[in-house]
Unconditional design. Structure first.
Length: 321
């Protein structure tokens, strides 16, 4: 964890032109950046995110993640989706407003079926709003992996980066990197159907969605942790929204997405693209645990779940492309 001293906090707040800080506390949930809640002298609160110390092992795309996150919030801010407001973004920190609520993942066991479905519809509508925001180039805005004029070129650079990371860190994959490349090459023409770079969060699991309100009347109060965002195919969002399933497995979310104006065509080409995005996400999950030093038990679970899912996704590509 990147350390936050009183003097460092004071310097960040001063540079941001923010009010005086009177204390801070560590926020849990992050596995890469360090997160703090900052208390101000007037009773207000901000959230501060710090990157790991220089020299910390990381995946290629993780370099300058705060740039990605800052761009996500600034881009999504006018869409109607509740996201933090960027107070100051610098090379060594991201200071932002705090969204209200608790992580959905912490409250999941207390949600009834009716409330759960209503929230999934609400989430689907917000995701559709996110995807109305478009960029000018494809890929990660940080430039850690080069951006491109076409989605095919950008995605292949992203995929190649994580495969190179797997080799660099000696990550154990259920299939060789060369086999992944071989199968993917036959499917990439489907990516040429994507001509507009949409804003994609790509990490919309329930831990990154905040809920507000009383039981039975909860609403979404914030969409956070946009550090994995990229400009790309809106369909890629469903890879994290339905991590090990199909969009149809979550009819409430899909209905909300379509009601919000989202286009979720699920023809042969769309399913092929979905399989490519799943492969990419599962590879990240399988590789990132090595530089982060995940314990053996967690690594075993990831290999069992993401590893099996990767094989299935590659199988779909081999039979569909």
């Amino acid at each position: 964890m990147s350390a936050l001293t009183a003097s460092r906090l004071a310097a960040i707040l001063e540079a941001a032109g923010a009010r005086v800080g009177v204390g801070h506390e560590v926020l849990g949930g992050g596995t890469y950046n360090s997160l703090y809640r900052v208390r101000l002298d007037d009773g207000g609160r901000l959230v501060l995110k710090l990157p790991p110390e220089a020299g910390t092992p990381r995946l290629t795309y993780e370099s300058e993640l705060l740039v990605n996150e800052g761009e996500f919030y600034r881009s999504a801010g006018g869409s109607g989706v509740p996201v933090p407001e960027v107070v100051r973004l610098a090379a060594d920190s991201l200071l932002m407003t705090e969204c209200p609520g608790q992580p959905w993942s912490d409250l999941a066991n207390g949600l009834g079926d009716v409330e759960h479905e209503r929230l999934r519809r609400e989430l689907g509508s917000y995701v559709a709003q996110l995807h109305t925001v478009t960029g000018t180039r494809f890929g990660y805005p940080s430039g850690a992996v080069p951006t491109a004029d076409t989605w095919r070129e950008a995605f292949m650079a992203m995929l190649e980066a994580v495969l190179a990371d797997a080799e660099r860190f000696g990550a154990k994959l259920p299939v060789s990197g060369e086999r992944v490349r071989e199968l993917v090459r036959a499917a990439v023409p489907a990516l040429d159907e994507v001509t507009v770079p949409a804003l994609v969060h790509f990490d919309l699991w329930e831990g990154n969605i905040l809920l507000t309100g009383e039981a039975g009347e909860r609403r979404i109060g914030g969409v956070i942790d946009g550090e994995r965002m990229f400009w790309g195919d809106a369909l890629a969002e469903f890879a994290s929204l339905n991590l090990f399933g199909e969009p149809e497995d979550d009819p409430a979310l899909l209905a909300g997405y379509r009601a919000g104006g989202g286009v979720a065509g699920l023809d042969r080409s769309a399913r092929l693209r979905m399989a490519l995005y799943r492969c990419y996400l599962y590879l990240i999950m399988l590789v990132e645990g090595v530089p982060r030093g995940y314990p053996p038990a967690r690594t075993a679970v990831t290999r069992r779940t993401a590893g099996t899912a990767l094989i299935l996704a590659l199988g779909l590509i081999s039979t569909t492309a």
